[in-house]
Design a protein around this ligand. Structure first.
Ligand code: ZN
Length: 312
């Protein structure tokens, strides 16, 4: 175990993104994560996420999307699409969620911590340069990756996405960016329908599509045989993780049948990847996960593994 506390960025504003009654992407999700981590994980340093700046967001987003999400001045919730809601509290939540990733990147790049976790919502990996979609308003991890490239001058940033939906937004934003490698294993067919193995971008995209019911063995095989070797070959200077836990067998939105230990196993592999190539620099960002007890359990398993506490 690391003696150094693990930074966890979050913000109260992330609870005020109000998706309405019955929506699975609820404020209670973040409550489940924060409560589980506070109750079951020691050695965490809780930090308040700053707002992302307009300049940081413009590295990956079109001004039109920023206007729609941040400057709408709405006084009641509105549907951006059938899944995605914008509420009066959403702009501040989105700014803090993206800002958390930027702050975490700054922190690990300064050598102040080897890894950091961002406990934030709304999630981000479906948001494209110009469109909010799939519960996502701004692409938090893409904003963090672009910050690492532009502010810190990195030449190789890995974005590792183990949410069980494909991160179409992240892929689209970086499909022509040689300094970013995107790796994802996801259920197919499933929303959003992208992420075929033949989607290679400029050779920087690595997609493993898993059939419903694949289970732990096939999930781990995809990472062990295909995605982790590609990441190793890339030799990333920073590892960013889209940490979605909706592959868990209890999750209502997917059918891939994973256990919390699968996320702990993969996290430990990513910690080792970061140790081999990136001076241990790793920033993980919460994406999906919609069964509240499973989300809490998986978050604990993930963060303990980030601390180096997962024995294999
Ligand atoms: Zn998901």
């Amino acid at each position: 175990m690391d003696a150094q506390p693990l930074p966890v960025f979050t913000h109260a504003a992330c609870f005020a993104h109000d998706t309405g009654p019955g929506h699975v992407e609820s404020p209670a999700r973040l409550g489940a994560v924060v409560t589980a981590l506070r109750d079951h994980v020691s050695g965490l340093e809780w930090l308040e996420a700053p707002r992302a700046t307009r300049g940081q967001l413009l590295r990956v987003h079109e001004p039109l999307l920023l206007h729609a999400v941040l400057e709408g001045g709405i006084d009641q919730p509105m549907q951006l699409d059938p899944d995605t809601v914008l509420s009066p509290g959403s702009a501040e939540a989105a700014l803090r969620a993206a800002g958390a990733v930027v702050a975490a990147v700054d922190m690990v790049m300064a050598g102040a911590g080897h890894a950091a976790f961002c406990a934030v919502r709304p999630p981000g990996h479906h948001a494209t340069a110009a469109h909010a979609m799939g519960f996502c308003l701004l692409n938090n991890i893409a904003v963090g990756a672009a910050h690492a490239l532009e502010r810190h001058g990195l030449a190789r940033v890995a974005v590792v996405d183990f949410d069980i939906h494909h991160g179409n937004g992240t892929q689209a934003i970086f499909a022509a960016e040689p300094r970013v490698l995107y790796a994802s294993a996801h259920e197919m067919p499933l929303f959003p329908g992208t992420g075929l193995p033949r989607d290679r971008g400029i050779g920087n995209l690595h997609n493993a599509a898993l059939r419903p019911g694949s289970g732990s063995a096939r999930f781990r095989e995809a990472w062990r045989e295909r995605l982790l070797p590609a990441l190793d070959g890339f030799e990333p200077q920073l590892v960013l993780v889209s940490a979605g836990f909706d592959g868990h067998r209890a999750d209502p939105l997917a059918n891939i049948e994973l256990e919390a230990d699968d996320f702990a196993w993969l996290t430990a592999e990513l910690v080792e990847l970061a140790a081999r190539h990136a001076d241990r620099r790793l920033v993980s960002v919460l994406e999906g996960g919609y069964d509240l007890p499973a989300l809490g359990e998986c978050s604990v398993a993930h963060v303990r593994a980030l601390q180096g506490g997962h024995a294999r």
